[in-house]
Design a protein around this ligand. Structure first.
Ligand code: NAD
Length: 250
């Protein structure tokens, strides 16, 4: 299980859901983990839960839509742990739902793209030089099945999640021979706090979108992330890894 000993990882959106599960898995694997979130209280609570001594975690406030904040997140990581090897650009949110493109609010489009797509670019922009200076590593960007197929009523989220896949492929090509692997994960609906807070009926309807007729678990996504970030995945770059109970096979 100690497959990440000696590695330093940064996880954005680590204060909840999938990011929390990935941070916990990497920490259990022996990594030093920086938990970044727009909500500092959340990041701190997760860090305290998984590492009560605080010796190998650092909780930071960082809004990934703000390039300066992401630059500082990486700088703070280097000051605290002296290197960066693994980065998981996970922070995101769906924004307004059930609003068609012809009626979608212009400022909502900007708000959703700013975190879900600009945020991934900001991560890559500052993580890549730090990972190169640390001798190489791997990056994961969190897309979604909404990055592979259209979903009605959430055009900005769908565009951002498709854009993440293009950006992942472009960066992967640029750094394939330079010691940095870059991949994307595309989950179906995962049982994260927001989804668990929905009514039983709504959850059943979401589960039914998947041929397995259930939601995914954050720890299932974290296991895929751990594999892709590990040396076992040394020949994997520039690809999208679907974890969706069959959702996108239909
Ligand atoms: P979540 O809401 O449980 O956690 C997201 C975390 O990101 C929160 O702690 C939030 O405070 C933080 N965050 C939001 N905006 C931020 C910003 N600008 N800067 C830094 N942190 C920010 O969500 P989740 O379901 O775990 O989602 C994590 C990622 O997985 C997202 O990119 C999401 O689009 C993607 N995803 C989720 C699902 C799902 O079903 N839950 C499915 C596919 C993809």
């Amino acid at each position: 299980m100690k497959d990440f000993s000696g590695k330093v990882a940064v996880v954005t959106g680590a204060g909840s859901g999938i990011g929390e599960a990935i941070a916990e898995r990497l920490w259990a694997g022996g990594a030093h983990v920086v938990l970044a979130d727009i909500d500092e209280g959340r990041a701190r609570a997760v860090a305290a839960r998984i590492d009560s001594k605080g010796a190998s975690t650092l909780a930071l406030t960082a809004d990934v839509s703000d390039a300066k904040a992401v630059e500082e997140m990486v700088a703070h990581t280097l000051r605290r742990f002296g290197a960066l090897h693994l980065a998981i650009n996970n922070a995101g949110f769906p924004g307004q739902r059930e609003v068609s493109t012809g009626a979608y609010a212009l400022d909502e489009w900007r708000r959703v793209l700013a975190t879900n797509l600009d945020g991934i670019f900001h991560g890559l922009r500052f993580e890549i030089p730090a990972i190169q200076a640390s001798g190489g590593g791997a990056i994961l960007n969190m897309s979604s099945v909404a990055g592979l197929v259209g979903v009605e009523g959430e055009p900005a989220y769908v565009a951002a999640k498709h854009g993440i896949i293009g950006l992942t492929r472009a960066a992967a090509l640029e750094y394939a021979a330079k010691g940095i692997r870059v991949n994307a994960i595309a989950p179906g609906f995962i049982a994260t706090p927001e989804i668990l807070a929905a009514s039983e009926e709504e959850r059943a309807a979401l589960a039914a979108l998947h041929p397995m007729n259930r939601l995914g678990e954050p720890r299932e996504v974290a296991e895929l992330a751990a594999f892709l970030l590990s040396d076992k995945a040394a020949f994997i770059t520039g690809s999208v890894h679907v974890i969706d109970g069959g959702y996108s096979a239909r």
